[in-house]
Design a protein around this ligand. Structure first.
Ligand SMILES: [Zn+2]
Ligand SMILES: [Zn+2]
Length: 243
């Protein structure tokens, strides 16, 4: 999937519970005002049973997709509006067919893997670990989940791959080895890796060492990870750190 220049990519909505309580239309109107060519909504996808809390609930998914599609038609000719989801890769939800169901839903134009936690055994997640364990092992389980997700074939983009290393404080050879595997998997699957402008503002979430390992076979996109209209407007024109 190609994201043209002048895209406002990676926009959240109020449904995830940690974004501004504004109508989705407010993002579209502001994007038009700022002369964006397209806007790509990728709110945090729900999981059946709603086991986690930083995402919309399953009952909100239809409303989300219907609203974005209404906006797509309402603003056609002024801006291209795209409906997608950002979602973790959890093996037990792959076995139960959830990703297949989302991918087959014609209203969902793209799925982006955004691995904020990993499933360490069925129904259990890495956020259950203590700080010490997270500092030592989180990047491995996040990175492995990203690789498994890319290889699953469900995803069109990888959000903030370098955020896997957020609990690390210094770059090391093991991080290089894991990064090369993520980068290689993305190249093989021809999936863009996202340089994320929210990560760029957070200590230890944006790693130039990761981006220096990219090869000519990799595609890159820039995402705003906006959780408010103000985020979107401000990050749209902000730069990224030097690589
Ligand atoms: Zn979020
Ligand atoms: Zn996001």
């Amino acid at each position: 999937m190609n994201v043209p220049e002048n895209a406002f990519f990676h926009i959240h909505t109020f449904r995830c519970g940690h974004a501004a309580m504004v109508p989705d239309e407010a993002y579209v109107r502001k994007a038009i005002e700022l002369h964006a060519g397209s806007i790509w909504f990728s709110d945090h996808a729900p999981f059946p049973g709603d086991p986690l809390h930083h995402m919309m609930s399953v009952t909100e998914l239809d409303g989300y997709l219907e609203t974005i599609h209404t906006l797509k038609h309402r603003y056609a000719g002024q801006i291209d509006v795209h409906a997608g989801l950002e979602i973790e890769y959890f093996p037990s939800f792959d076995r139960s067919g959830w990703y297949r169901q989302l991918k087959d839903d014609e209203r969902i134009e793209f799925l982006m893997i955004g691995q904020h936690m990993a499933e360490i055994k069925p129904g259990h997640f890495s956020f259950e670990w203590d700080k010490e364990r997270l500092a030592r092992d989180e990047y491995r389980v996040l990175g492995e989940a990203v690789i498994a997700g890319i290889e699953s074939g469900y995803f069109d983009f990888v959000a903030h791959p370098d955020r896997s290393f957020r609990a690390k404080r210094a770059w090391d050879d093991d991080m290089t080895a894991l990064s090369r595997r993520i980068i290689g998997a993305a190249a093989k699957a021809d999936i863009p890796l996202e340089k994320n402008k929210l990560s760029a503002r957070m200590a230890y979430n944006f790693w130039p060492e990761f981006w220096r390992l990219l090869t000519p076979a990799n595609r890159v996109i820039t995402g705003l990870d906006a959780h408010s209209v103000e985020d979107m407007a401000e990050r749209a024109f902000a730069g990224l750190p030097e690589i």
